[in-house]
Design a protein around this ligand. Structure first.
Ligand code: GLN
Length: 445
């Protein structure tokens, strides 16, 4: 009731929720009370959570912030939301986002932008912007997000909260609306690393319905939180600091110095192919998106244009009217990159540069235990100032994209303020070593 009241009081301005489900939430809260009374409760029983509107939730609208799915009520539940429900968590509602998770500012939403609670004229980041806002403004204690190229970490940084993108294959993608299937991964967003650890415990695990989900035991992510970080090796990639603003560099270095004080060993490393991350991602992600989004044809589900004269007219107008501008741009880029004649030059080439990037990380993570750097080059900016220039938006993803391309886990933890807006420290770890990232985040906080 407390959180529902806060949503009612504050979300008209913040626009962090697309759907709020008060009745369902109170019903689930009653069930949690009953579980507590019966002695069958767990650590998450009764805790409210908000889900990014990209996870299918049975009986509750799943829009992906698109006109295309504005009328879509999923007939089944995603593994992530089902796992969290089984752990006793209470769903408050579904959060705002960039349409189909394409964007980094939450401005590409059919439902309008979400607003950064630190300054409502500024973007909250994206694509999981609504989830970040809900947690930062304490409209929900925790939220789920998804991260294809930074969409958990960057909004977490912009809103001053903590968010972790687990290793690719750690969390099931079943029931998540697919954007770029080889990159998409779900994770928790919360005030602290400890809260993220508790929620990730319940999210992660094998799922036979997602063939890329690894059959590997899940760590207890809270178990190592008390461990000292003495002797842990942290690498600072020199490429991440070239051209970085003085203000951001100072914040990140100060955070790393704090870890050094706790006994971590800091050294400079190199990720020589860093600049390939943007062109690689912005070929592969649109390519995968163009095929994934072919299912929205007006026939099976979602939006259908009015009075189509024939099948082709229905396809054209349904997709032309149902998808927003950025989604259409990605479908066109992706279709181009995959077309006969261009496939080798773009798609195949991008697969090769993806390998170079992965090799860089693999090499670096032999030398050090984790890599540290900024989550994003800047703090949050004013709504409406960047969105007209898609390329400048893409360039701002430089520090997050490589992590997805290499399938590694990455966390963003708040590391201070620039001009009174929060900024984030990103830590990148070895495959399946979320525990170390969460531990460092916890020690730092
Ligand atoms: N900003 C990136 C993009 O627009 C990443 C989005 C994401 O991680 N879903 O594609």
């Amino acid at each position: 009731q407390h959180y529902l009241q806060r949503i009612e009081d504050l979300d008209e301005e913040l626009n962090s929720f697309i759907t709020v489900c008060p009745e369902l939430a109170l019903e689930q809260a009653d069930a949690a009370d009953a579980a507590i009374a019966a002695g069958t409760s767990g650590p998450l029983t009764g805790l409210p959570i908000a889900h990014k509107d990209l996870f299918c939730t049975q009986g509750v609208k799943t829009s992906c912030a698109s006109k295309m799915l504005d009328n879509f009520i999923a007939p089944y539940e995603s593994t992530v939301t089902a796992n969290l429900r089984s752990a006793g968590m209470v769903m408050l509602g579904k959060t705002n986002m960039d349409e189909f998770a394409m964007g980094g500012s939450n401005e590409n939403s059919f439902y309008g932008p979400a607003h950064n609670p630190w300054d409502v004229n500024l973007v909250p980041g994206g694509s999981s912007g609504g989830s970040a806002v809900a947690v930062a403004a304490r409209l929900a204690p925790v939220a789920t997000g998804t991260d294809t190229g930074g969409s958990i970490r960057q909004p977490a940084a912009f809103c001053g909260i903590t968010g972790i993108k687990p290793t690719y294959g750690r969390v099931s993608r079943w029931g998540m609306v697919a954007f770029a299937s080889s990159l998409d991964q779900a994770g928790p967003m919360a005030q602290t690393a400890e809260d993220c650890a508790m929620v990730l415990n319940a999210m992660a695990g094998h799922d036979h319905r997602d063939s890329t989900c690894m059959d590997q035991p899940v760590d207890d992510y809270t178990a190592k939180l008390g461990n000292s970080i003495k002797g842990l090796k942290i690498g600072l990639p020199k490429e991440y600091f070239e051209g970085l603003s003085e203000a951001m560099s100072t914040k990140v270095r100060a955070a790393v110095a704090e870890l050094e004080k706790q006994g971590a060993i800091v050294k400079e490393i190199s990720l020589p192919n860093t600049k390939l991350a943007i062109p690689t991602y912005y070929v592969l992600a649109p390519a995968e998106a163009s095929t994934n989004l072919s299912r929205f044809d007006g026939v099976r589900f979602g939006y259908r244009c009015e009075d189509p004269v024939d099948l082709e007219d229905m396809y054209k107008r349904t997709r032309g009217e149902g998808f927003g501008k950025e989604v259409q741009r990605r479908i066109m880029i992706g279709t181009y990159a995959l077309s006969a004649g261009y496939y080798d030059a773009y798609y195949n080439k991008a697969l090769k540069t993806r390998r170079l990037l992965s090799n860089d990380f693999a090499q670096a993570l032999k030398e050090v235990d984790v890599i540290a750097g900024p989550t994003a080059p800047t703090a949050a900016y004013e709504i409406g100032t960047q969105s007209k220039d898609p390329v400048s938006m893409y360039l701002a993803d430089i520090f997050t994209l490589g992590v997805n391309l290499a399938g590694l886990p990455g966390i963003s933890v708040p590391c201070g303020f620039i001009d009174e807006m929060p900024v984030g420290l990103q830590l990148i770890g070895r495959h399946f070593d979320e525990s170390t990232l969460l531990n460092i985040g916890h020690q730092y906080q």
